[in-house]
Design a protein around this ligand. Structure first.
Ligand SMILES: NC(=O)c1ccc[n+]([C@@H]2O[C@H](COP(=O)([O-])OP(=O)(O)OC[C@H]3O[C@@H](n4cnc5c(N)ncnc54)[C@H](OP(=O)(O)O)[C@@H]3O)[C@@H](O)[C@H]2O)c1
Length: 182
């Protein structure tokens, strides 16, 4: 995933930390979003020590303005946004996804892999399906991962986002669902 940029919400807690570390280990630059700044700073240092790139973005994603700013700051810092992992609650899911739509569609159009990903953690099938319909033809895959242990969820997310695109319009597919094995 070298050259790509990911944003992970809830990156101060179990699932978000594990997912951000795995994305960074595959070469993505990762924006870490949550409210607890000290936790984010610790994770930036851990990822840097492992040879990766990360940015702490302190935000309450239940606040629309802060969610929009978090996405804007990510794009301003890293230049693009290819992968969004929504892991921080319902309101954050709505606000972050809407703020990310334009940059993610742009990333899918200009990335060498010609694909971008929105991954929603937890019971978000109806919302994910509505977003998928909105994105038909834009090469943005929309996936849902069920909850489980942080490592299992992180592994499921990585399997989804590192797939090679297998068709002209991946967003024409139903949302991929990956149950994290327990
Ligand atoms: N693990 C499970 O079995 C399970 C089961 C059902 C649902 N889920 C859902 O899966 C997600 C992650 O689970 P987890 O086990 O990793 O939970 P967790 O350890 O409690 O992490 C939740 C993360 O979301 C962040 N967060 C919460 N509200 C936020 C807000 N308004 N703005 C920004 N960040 C916010 C928290 O960070 P800050 O407090 O620093 O902001 C934290 O990093 C949660 O949404 C949880 O509801 C998990």
């Amino acid at each position: 995933m070298k050259g790509t940029v990911a944003l992970v919400t809830g990156a101060s807690g179990g699932i978000g930390v594990a997912t951000a570390r795995r994305l960074a280990s595959l070469g993505a630059a990762v924006a870490l979003v949550a409210r607890r700044r000290d936790r984010l700073d610790e994770l930036v240092a851990t990822i840097a020590a492992d040879g990766g790139t990360a940015l702490a973005v302190q935000a309450d994603v239940a606040n629309r303005n802060e969610a929009v700013s978090a996405v804007e700051r990510t794009v301003a810092s890293f230049g693009r946004l290819d992968t969004v992992v929504n892991n921080a609650g319902e309101k954050g899911l709505l606000y972050v996804t809407h703020a990310a739509l334009l940059p993610v569609v742009r990333a899918a159009a200009d990335s060498p892999r010609r694909v971008a990903d929105l991954v929603n953690i937890g019971p978000t099938i109806a919302f994910s399906d509505a977003i998928r319909r909105q994105l038909v033809g834009q090469n943005v895959r929309v996936s849902v991962v069920g909850c489980g242990s942080p490592d299992d969820v992180a592994a499921a997310v990585l399997r989804l986002v590192s797939r090679e695109p297998n068709g002209a319009n991946p967003s024409d597919e139903r949302p991929q669902r990956a149950a994290a094995p327990r």
